[in-house]
Design a protein around this ligand. Structure first.
Ligand code: UDP
Length: 474
């Protein structure tokens, strides 16, 4: 186990986005939390310092926590490949999927315990008995007992979940329950529905993921910069006309270079061709295949170009499924009529420089006429919030957390996850009516600023920690 240091960031920088009243309120709550804590630290524990949504979100929130003088820390639990195979299995089961189909029994529980035992000497050195500890996702679950035995306050934050339990979610909860239930003071889920029924309502908080408006993924980019980025990587035709430098999180300067891997026939779309975009991992649950059919069969999409973009599959060595999904989407594309095929690009974005990749995703989302997220299941669609923050009209499946993110017809359009024709029609209608698309996009931006900025999450975290730390609801 090791500590990741996060430099503090003043919440004042959020003022142009959320306004001075919200920033002042955050500062007040920060002060009150600090005094309630009486010098106790808030320590988050997860199992990776880089990669994945939790590792992206934690440093952002911790930076602002430091900015209001609360002592927030981040410790990373270390594990071996066998442990991560098991925790990936658990991740799939909580999503209601079989994953690798492997067992979740006593030997697996022992593997969790053994992994923590190897981290324990570091934990004993790093933790103070007074720390309030936030355990993120299943990986650090075996620590709950160790912490509770030391008299520490324990909060379990589960970032995963899907609507409706099944045999697989039941297996995951049966496995995790004995590690958590006797020791956890408070639970935090993304939606109330994602908590298993043995979590008492009075110990449950609901906190939705927020976005960092200053990250490479979400920061403002000019139209020229977006077009030039897409030209550089080959998605849009023509040579880039502006320098593609950008500021990295550590203050150094990066440059968008290289090109994307693209399956396309004929010319790249011009900078003025309306783009319909879905950016996702190559995962069957993201239903890229469904987006392809919806676009290909919809007459209202005839003047637009579809971009299905995901990470370069070669970069994700532990995800063989990604390559299979990509190949099957390409095979489906090859079956289309030539004139339809020519309006579709299947894109693998380079991943060697994650911040440059984030700028590419940002440019693609900003340049899109319509963003689609036709998932079959979704805990909370970050791509949906990202596109909404950029003022884009989003057509998304009414599944999981997406129904909390979009009010149908107001700040986006919801479609049935299994209705390809309805998805196509919804995209076509937005392309045909740019005024409505703009109206929806503007409402989307306002909705994300109102609900999914860092201050919103931090206020909910403060409330949750106050409950856990003061013993309320125990
Ligand atoms: N993403 C990315 N590069 C890619 C494809 C996806 O950075 O090539 C990002 C995307 O912008 C989003 C995240 O991966 O921030 C996916 O989060 P989401 O909640 O939409 O789905 P998940 O992959 O977690 O199921």
């Amino acid at each position: 186990m090791f500590e990741v240091l996060v430099p503090a960031r003043s919440p004042e920088i959020l003022t142009p986005i959320v306004g001075s009243d919200r920033v002042a309120h955050l500062v007040d709550v920060g002060r009150a939390t600090m005094s309630n804590l009486g010098g106790r630290r808030i320590v988050s524990v997860n199992s990776t310092a880089t990669g994945g949504g939790v590792a992206e979100m934690l440093p952002v929130l911790l930076a602002y926590v430091g900015g209001v003088d609360v002592d927030g820390r981040w410790f990373v639990l270390e594990g071996d490949p066998e442990f991560f195979t098991l925790t990936k299995r658990l991740h799939h089961r909580i999503h209601g999927e079989p994953g690798d189909g492997g067992p979740l029994g006593e030997p697996e529980r022992e593997l969790m315990q053994r992994t923590f035992a190897r981290n324990e000497p570091d934990a004993a050195r790093l933790f103070r008995p007074s720390d309030v500890v936030l355990l993120h996702d299943p990986q650090p679950a075996p620590m709950a007992k160790w912490l509770a035995d030391r008299g520490q306050t324990v909060v379990w934050r589960c970032h995963i979940g899907v609507d409706g339990g099944n045999q697989y979610t039941q297996q995951a909860w049966d496995f995790l329950r004995p590690m958590l239930e006797p020791y956890v003071d408070r639970y935090v889920f993304t939606r109330r529905e994602y908590a298993p029924d043995w979590v008492p309502t009075e110990r449950l908080s609901v906190i939705k993921p927020s976005l960092d408006p200053f990250s490479a993924k979400n920061r403002e980019l000019s139209d020229e910069y977006c077009v030039a980025t897409l030209q550089q990587i080959g998605i849009v035709s023509g040579p880039p006309t502006v320098a593609l430098t950008f500021e990295r999180g550590d203050g150094s300067v990066g440059t968008v270079t290289g090109s994307a891997g693209i399956a396309r026939e004929g010319f790249a779309p011009s900078p003025t061709t309306p783009l319909v975009v879905q950016v996702s991992r190559w995962d069957p649950l993201k239903d890229m295949a469904g987006v392809l059919s919806a676009f290909a069969n919809e007459p209202g999409c005839a003047d637009a170009h579809l971009v299905l973009a995901g990470p370069d599959v070669a970069s994700v060595a532990d995800d063989p499924e990604g390559l299979d999904v990509l190949n099957s989407v390409i095979a489906q594309w090859r079956e289309l009529d030539e004139h339809v095929r020519a309006r579709i690009s299947i894109v693998c974005l380079p991943m060697d420089d994650p911040e440059a990749n984030a700028i590419m995703v940002n440019a693609l989302q900003r340049h899109a006429a319509v963003v689609v997220q036709k998932s079959l299941k979704e805990g909370f669609g970050l791509t949906v919030t990202e596109a909404m923050l950029k003022g884009r009209p989003v057509v998304a499946a009414a599944v999981g957390g997406i129904v909390d993110q979009i009010r149908d017809g107001v700040d986006g359009v919801l479609v049935s996850s299994t209705d390809v024709a309805q998805t196509g029609r919804a995209i076509g209608e937005l392309l045909a009516d740019p005024e409505r698309a703009n109206r929806i996009g503007e409402a989307a931006r306002r909705s994300v600023v109102a609900q999914f900025m860092p201050d919103t999450s931090l206020l909910l975290w403060a409330e949750s920690i106050n409950h856990a730390g003061t013993g309320n609801g125990q």
